[in-house]
Design a binder for this molecule. Sequence first.
Ligand code: 1GP
Length: 246
Amino acid sequence: MSVLQSLKNIIESRGASYVILIDPDKNNQKSILSQVETANCSNVDAIFVGGSLMMDMNYNDRVEQIKKLSNIPVVLFPGGVNQINKYFDAVLFMSLLSGRNPHYLIGEQVISAPIIKDLKLETIPTGYILLDGGTVTSVEFMSGTRPIPMDKEDIVASHALAGQYLGMQFIYLEAGSGAEHAVTKEIIEVVDDTIDIPIIVGGGIRTPSLADLAVKAGASVIVTGTAVEKNSNCMEEFANAVHWKG
Ligand code: 1GP
């Protein structure tokens, strides 16, 4: 079964899906494998792997280790084409819809497409929308794009709808890693009212109650990075908050 279908099945049966984000940077070398081990037994549905930069040459080795140890899908959440390798079960094939930088709208995708084909990786078409979470995030800086202000609900909803009409399978509402403010419930509600495809929400979700709020507002996938990097024992609690059904 494809990763996309397995995520859809979980959304259907459990109400929403819980994903952790692992940054395979060298600074995290020690904690990466214990995070995967904890994820394996904490009802986490998938692991997204990604980061803005690769700070050494061991990135591929770390992804291989993650894949070997994981008993759940390992999905690339790409910071750039150089992060693609054969160890992933799938790649979020994202376009940074909120930006007006052609390189992240279509440039990276053109460069990566033949590599993805060669590796026979599953692609999950995803419209990526960056929102202002109160800090200048790595995504904003590295992509050279401005986030959409969190109070511009119509603008966010219009981007999400454009993503749906372009054939995206998910809309990813991103406040940025370590954001001061997570995506608001108002934004999630408006986007959920506007589109028919599932919404991924990430950035600044520090507590299970914030995850619960996002899911109740209409999020179908919750992604946490910083919170579980700091304390991997909270995964189970996040998973319980996200899996509200059944
Ligand atoms: C994934 O960028 C987020 O969408 C992760 O953000 O590190 O703040 O959880 P946090």
